[in-house]
Design a binder for this molecule. Structure first.
Ligand code: FES
Length: 161
């Protein structure tokens, strides 16, 4: 398939991706590092950004798209300033994560996958975040919030500007 390669990433991000690539015997092994680095700059991964990363990794774009699609930590569409990601996998589910999602949905006035009209919050449901021992839990941007209760969530939301 033909496509036009556009430069979407800054020189610094490209350099950081090249440094990550240097850590692996095969360029495409740095896929997840590269996606994470690019997302830090772009906020979400557009098709143009994915094409540029695939080019740096010298891998077929379709393979990189599959990696980005598989992991919920990669944003395929724009997210709000605070990306609220509630784990609903087994441990969290057993300890009430569905209720946590409903509670947050009511508090924020959005459904799963939606962003508030002021672009402040996006609510997402995600797979296990590796913190099962402190379920139910959620991640907001880079921070984990664990052993969640309604009271805790109220406090967390109040603390977010
Ligand atoms: S099941 Fe929620 S962090 Fe693992």
């Amino acid at each position: 398939m033909n496509y036009e390669l556009k430069i979407m990433l800054s020189t610094k991000t490209i350099e950081d991706i090249k440094k990550a690539i240097a850590n692996y015997p095969r360029k495409k092994s740095a896929s997840m590092d590269a996606l994470t680095i690019a997302q830090k700059e772009c906020g979400h991964l557009t098709q143009d950004v994915l094409l540029e990363i695939a080019s740096l990794l010298e891998m077929p774009p379709v393979q990189l798209n599959q990696v980005a699609a598989f992991y919920t930590m990669y944003n395929k569409k724009p997210v709000g300033k605070h990306h609220v990601q509630v784990c609903t996998n087994v441990s969290c589910s057993l300890l009430g994560s569905e209720h946590i999602v409903e509670f947050l949905s009511k508090k924020l006035g959005v459904k799963k996958g939606e962003t508030t009209s002021d672009k402040k919050f996006t609510l997402s449901e995600v797979e296990c975040l590796g913190s099962c021992g402190t379920a139910p839990m959620m991640q907001i941007n880079d921070d984990y919030y664990e052993n969640l209760t309604e009271v805790k969530i109220e406090e967390i939301l109040k603390g977010l500007k």
